[in-house]
Each structure stands twice: as structure tokens, then as C-alpha cells.
Write a protein that binds this ligand. Sequence first.
Ligand SMILES: NC(=O)c1ccc[n+]([C@@H]2O[C@H](COP(=O)([O-])OP(=O)(O)OC[C@H]3O[C@@H](n4cnc5c(N)ncnc54)[C@H](O)[C@@H]3O)[C@@H](O)[C@H]2O)c1
Length: 334
Amino acid sequence: MKVLVTGAAGFIGMHIAQILLKRGEKVVGIDNLNDYYDPCLKHARLAQLTPYPNFKFIQGDIADRQTIEDLFAKEKPSRVINLAAQAGVRYSLKNPHAYIQTNLVGFGNLLEGCRHNDVEHLVYASSSSVYGANTHRPFSVHDNVDHPVSLYAASKKANELMAHTYSHLYGLPTTGLRYFTVYGPWGRPDMSPWLFTSAILEGRSIDVFNHGRMQRDFTYIDDIAQGTVRVLDRTATSNPDFFTGAPDPGTSYAPYRIYNIGNHQPVELMTFIQTIEKALGQEARKNYLPMQKGDVVATCADVEDLKRDVGYEPKTSLEYGIERWIEWYKKYMS
Ligand SMILES: NC(=O)c1ccc[n+]([C@@H]2O[C@H](COP(=O)([O-])OP(=O)(O)OC[C@H]3O[C@@H](n4cnc5c(N)ncnc54)[C@H](O)[C@@H]3O)[C@@H](O)[C@H]2O)c1
């Protein structure tokens, strides 16, 4: 198998590429190494991948049509995992154009690349953010998600719609994975585990939104990466029971699937903070703030479909995951 992993220098991309490389697959990684957060971290992640002889890295932008056309023509990947995106809900209020460029234009280029090069399976990152104003929990892929509350969420929902079109028109098997708040070693500096850990260690106060009354389905990176590879191995197929008179949003008559990939164990924000405090042996100074625009109060993944179809079973407890995270953070920062 030759797998194109976009966003290979990113948090999730690096872990997935590593699993594939260890398994002996050929991996071509592309990343533009942009400075949304410190590119040094992206280079350090890449340094974990470059020792594998079956890894090839291309620095490039998925929103650049020629780059992607040339990449597909030259490398002819059999499968594609798209993790390159402008991530982050809050930043989408500040810089919406970054989301339009990468998440829409870039995703369109990848779909075209898959279509013209007989790609067997496209797996792409969607997000729990697509649930938006839908508060019916646990979040199910069979529920309606037509009310996004940020442009980030809208761009991810748009990816699902664009993918369906290609599955329908060209028979391209596509699977969208709605990731739920991923944490662990090599994590992102703009996300809460990093923001909280760095602030506590440096004696700064932490921002606690909605006065702490939030819940997140925190999911450990190893569970996410292994689940994604399981999905990659199982090409999306059509649902023979799909009924166009009452369409199920998570499946289709076309080779198109959507799954949640989360822990199915939502954690109170204050419990999350206490777990970090305990692991660090230091208490956080807290700056309680109202809810931020674009955010949702709680997330919880219904992962029954993923369990049934690929045997997905998240194993990592929050306590264990946070310990691994802090162990990595201290080593990396030193
Ligand atoms: N981490 C989470 O909790 C989470 C939750 C839901 C969804 N997701 C999605 O999962 C995917 C991976 O997220 P992550 O946490 O690893 O983020 P990340 O920012 O660490 O990784 C994304 C990578 O894509 C690269 N990139 C961005 N724009 C690009 C472009 N135009 N061309 C080429 N490369 C580009 C970045 O440089 C980065 O290395 C994203 O699609 C994200 O939206 C992540």
C-alpha cells in the first residue's frame, strides 16, 4: 500500500504515519509547515518520521492545485488520509480565509486527485464541531448536523458533503471521521492540555470558559491513530439498506461513510483541570470567563458504528493519558 498522508507534520498526522510506517507501508507525507503554531514542533514531529526508509516528505500546500496534481501523478498513492486543515474553532473567527483556502479549496484539490488517479479509499478528518447547535447526546452520525456554529465546523461539514458527491458521481470510496478533542504526546500548542500545562508550570493563570461548566469527550491520540488506520483498511462500501425516502445522514447508497471517533466518556472541564493539577503536583490559578463564541458546551461521541464495523475500542483512561502527556511535555520543553 502507498498512503498519502496530508498534514503529516501535524499532531494526528505524525502518529498515523508512524503506525503505517512501522507496519511497512510506503508513506508520502505532505505539509506546508505553516506558522499557525510554532513550526519547530512540526519539524520535530517530522524528525520522528524521516528515519524510516519508506517515508517521503514533500513540503507543499494542498490548496495549490498544481502541487496536488503533480503529487498524485508522480506518486500514485493507493489510499489517502487527509489531515491537513486549518484547525481550531476560535481562530476561525479571526482568520476565516485560512479555513476557506485549506479546508475547502485544498480538500477539493484532493478529491480531484483521488478521482483521476483511481484511489481506493479516501479517509478524511471531520470534527465533533459539526454537531454545532445539535445538543442531542450522545452525538450520533445518524442525526442532523445542519446547524454549525463556526466556520471551522461549516468547513468540515462541507467536506462531508463534497466527499458524498465524489462517492456518488465517481464511485470514490470515502470515509469521514469526526474526531473528538484529541490529546496526548506531540499535541497542539493551541489546545487546552498544552495551554493549561504551560500556564500552571510557568505560574500564569488559566482561562476557564463558561465558568468551567463544559464537558469534552477527550480522546487519547493512540486510540485515535489506531482507529483511523483500522478505518483506512476497511474501504467504505454502500449501505444496501439505505432508503432515499428517509435518508440516513451517516451512510449512503454510494460508497460513503461517516463515523464518530471519540472516547464515549465525556469529562467535566474542572475534572480535566484537576487531573492535570494532580499529575503536575501544582494547582492552577483560574480566570473564570463566559462562553466563547463558536464553542459548544458539551461533546460526547456515540461510537457504536465504529465498534461494530472495525472493532474500535478506546482503551486509554484520562489519568493514564494525562500522565503520558505531561511526561512528553516536560521532556520536549527541556
Ligand atoms: N486535534 C483534535 O482534537 C481534532 C479534533 C477534531 C478534528 N481534528 C482535525 O484533524 C486534523 C488533524 O488535526 P491536528 O490536531 O493534527 O492539527 P495540526 O494543526 O497539528 O495538523 C494539521 C497539519 O496540516 C498542515 N497544514 C495546514 N494547512 C495546510 C495546507 N494548506 N497544505 C498542507 N498542509 C497544511 C499544518 O501545517 C499541520 O501540520 C485536522 O483536519 C483537524 O481539523 C482535530
